[in-house]
Design a protein around this ligand. Structure first.
Ligand code: HEC
Length: 406
């Protein structure tokens, strides 16, 4: 019963996380597009910055933006902040349930760094807090006066961070740690800069004072960062399920390309929403960058040179591969796993007998041949030559070169 409670709590927290994330990103994309589409109008009050007409759900909306504030503060104001906070709270809960709760499988790779589970969790949390402090420091430094230089410095910072994490955590742990770090920076921008700034403006206005324009400028800069970081952060959340993305030697390089690709795609939509000619070239750049990312994931894969003399016949290769998978994988991937702490075979994948293994030939290729994703954290060792053998075996099966039942 306890196992079911854990499984369900993970599912429910994941559900909340996705819903909160959709609400946050949805409202954020909506307001960016709205902001960019505002046009001046003669009939608007003096303090108004612009307006937009929209049609949705059977009615027309006339949105008016007041840049500093309206002459009289409205009695009721809707704030947008719980979408961001909810995403972070559910996200850190999910990180704790999945990654911190099984750090030896998800965070640690003893071949990379010999750390205990507690150390892994502490380093992860410290990494998140320190990264925010460094990022915030960059924004407040003289570099912060230029959006372009700040963006470049921020990019270099994130790539170095990804590289640094890859020297500490397992491939999968490092990748998710990057997602959580960027996500936290975005939420901290809302919690520590944007909302407090906005609150001070409202308080000043209510007291009949002129608000300090620096709050608005700072909030706008952080919002711009959040805008450009949204797509990469979602990529990391999804990419953590694709071993050829995170469990290869150049995962940090792929991340660097994704940061630029996400920014370039946002640029397309931002320009389009401004009502300017859409910069179609951005899609070409995105496609070229995706091509580089694909090459990196291939280049960073384990060496797949298979020694053809190692097995006398296709059947010998077939049997050796099945035997290898059962031997190295079935302690976890069994109907009744032997691995301490595992109540169910992870993801319902059984690798205990020949038909199990054959059913998962492609998954085995991606998890254990084209990447180092499995066994997680290399808790059970597999030589690169053995991974190469699995790749050759999968190829052979897909080309029908061996009778699957032989
Ligand atoms: C120490 C335990 C352990 C061992 C040994 C192990 N795995 Fe896994 N495996 C896991 C865990 C944990 C997950 C779930 C990962 C996740 O949450 O995405 C998993 C997931 C998988 C998946 C499903 C991936 C998905 O996202 O659907 C496949 C396929 C897989 N393992 C193959 C293998 C192969 C092949 C081997 C042997 C080379 C192996 N595993 C060895 C723990 C193990």
């Amino acid at each position: 019963m306890v196992d079911y409670l854990w499984m369900w709590s993970e599912l429910i927290v994941r559900w909340v996380h996705v819903i909160a994330g959709i609400a946050w990103i949805g409202s954020s994309f909506y307001f960016i597009a709205l902001d960019l589409s505002l046009k001046p109008g003669k009939e608007l009050p003096d303090e108004a910055h612009g307006q937009a007409w929209q049609v949705h759900g059977g009615g027309f909306y006339n949105m008016v933006k007041y840049l500093v504030a309206p002459a009289k503060m409205p009695d009721e104001l809707t704030w947008f902040k719980w979408e961001a906070y909810g995403t972070w709270i559910s996200g850190i809960a999910l990180m704790s349930l999945v990654y911190y709760g099984a750090a030896s499988l998800y965070m640690i790779d003893l071949e990379i760094l010999d750390i205990t589970e507690i150390q892994a969790v502490m380093i992860s949390l410290a990494g998140i807090v320190i990264s925010w402090a460094l990022y915030d420091g960059l924004c407040r430094s003289p570099l912060g006066k230029s959006d372009l230089w700040l963006a470049l410095a921020g990019f270099v910072f994130l790539v170095l961070l990804a590289f640094g994490y890859s020297l500490i955590f397992s491939a999968r742990g490092a990748f998710m740690q990057m997602g959580v770090t960027i996500g936290t920076i975005m939420v901290a921008n809302v919690l520590m800069i944007i909302i407090p700034g906005q609150t001070r403006v409202v308080t000043a206005l209510k007291a009949g004072k002129t608000p300090d324009p620096r709050h608005g400028a700072r909030g706008k800069q952080r919002s711009l960062h959040n805008n450009y970081l949204t797509l990469p952060v979602i990529f990391v959340m999804i990419g953590g399920h694709y071993p050829a993305v995170f469990a290869t030697d150049y995962a940090w390089g792929i991340l660097a390309l994704v940061l630029i690709t996400g920014a370039v795609i946002r640029h397309f939509f931002n320009t389009k929403h401004k009502g300017l000619a859409p910069p179609w070239w951005t899609w070409l750049v995105a496609a070229i960058l995706a091509g580089f990312a694909i090459s990196l994931s291939h280049l960073g894969a384990p060496n797949m040179e298979y020694d053809k003399t190692a097995h006398a016949s296709p059947t010998a290769l077939h049997n050796a591969s099945i035997e290898l998978v059962i031997e190295r994988c079935s302690s976890c991937h069994a109907r009744e796993p032997l691995w301490d702490g595992l109540a169910f075979a992870p993801k319902g994948v059984y690798l205990e007998n020949k038909s199990d293994v054959l059913r998962h030939a492609n998954d085995i290729f991606w998890q254990a041949a084209a990447s180092h994703a499995m066994p997680p954290g290399q808790v059970i060792w597999i030589e690169d030559e053995e991974r190469a053998m699995l790749a050759a075996w999968r190829n052979m099966i897909n080309h029908g070169l061996v009778d699957r039942d032989s």
